[in-house]
Design a protein around this ligand. Structure first.
Ligand code: OAD
Length: 232
């Protein structure tokens, strides 16, 4: 399967990667849905990653994101991030909000769900600020308009950033190889990109520790081991 995937990639002129939390798992950043160890096993996502949850208890939500920020700040890019960063012939679409691909040196990135290393004004005045991930602010007010600041990530029930979504949708429709790395593909519209790529005729290559029956070339195993083999 690895040889088939590598040969498809060698022929590809418009390869695109599409990643989820499994890409960063070996860096020590928890995934969402992995039973027991996942974030959603411990917390109610609607309570912490939704506008309603933030409105109900903004300090709790900010503290939870700050806990994740510190975990990410202490984490290092793993060999999969590094292998992807070296492939600057590829565009990397990611659902992840961590900055590990940036820290690995990746250039052309599309963050569909925002970036945890940024805060934005919760009232939408447009004010944004980069966050010190190792020592993030607790709940504070927007210096421009006085409303609360919040993490610049997409919450349940919110729209994806328009520019990023439109670009990702176009990339998926034009890709001739679409490499799906470490995602349960359960969250829409992001997961729809896989169908878009497949329907447009791309070879879909899936890297996941869990076997999967969807059409495509499946490379079952940890991203940190498989992605460097696939992309080198
Ligand atoms: P999930 O936690 O839903 O899925 C993680 C996937 O990675 C699963 O399919 C695992 O089998 C796989 N996996 C775990 N460890 C791996 C490893 N070492 N190597 C390869 N694969 C591994 O995370 P996502 O699919 O990213 O949304 O979740 C999608 C979205 O749901 C997230 O972006 C977030 C969440 O709600 C928002 O933040 C809006």
């Amino acid at each position: 399967m690895l040889e088939a995937a590598k040969s498809a990639l060698q022929k590809a002129e418009r390869p695109v990667t599409f990643s989820g939390a499994g890409l960063s798992a070996e860096s020590g950043v928890p995934t969402f849905r992995t039973a027991q160890s996942g974030l959603w096993a411990e917390y109610d996502p609607m309570e912490l990653a939704s506008p309603e949850g933030f409105a109900a208890d903004p300090a709790l939500v900010v503290d939870w994101y700050n806990q994740r920020r510190r975990t990410i700040a202490a984490a290092q890019p793993n060999p999969a991030h590094i292998a992807m960063a070296l492939r600057n012939d590829m565009v990397h679409i990611t659902q992840n909000v961590d900055d590990l691909l940036e820290r690995a040196g990746a250039g052309d990135l599309v963050h569909l769900h925002g970036s945890i290393n940024r805060d934005k004004c919760s009232a939408g005045c447009g004010y944004r600020e980069i966050v010190d991930m190792a020592d993030p602010h607790s709940l504070r007010l927007c210096p421009r308009c006085g409303h609360s600041m919040r993490p610049d990530v997409v919450w349940f029930g919110e729209q994806l950033p328009r520019v990023e979504w439109l670009r990702a949708d176009e990339l998926a429709a034009q890709a001739d190889a679409f490499i799906v790395i470490g995602t349960s593909a359960q969250v829409y519209p992001a997961a729809r990109l896989i169908t878009t790529a497949r329907t447009a005729g791309a070879t879909v290559i899936v890297v996941n520790i869990e076997p999967d029956s969807a059409p495509g070339i499946h490379l079952t195993g940890p991203a940190g081991l498989i992605v460097p083999q696939l992309l080198s």
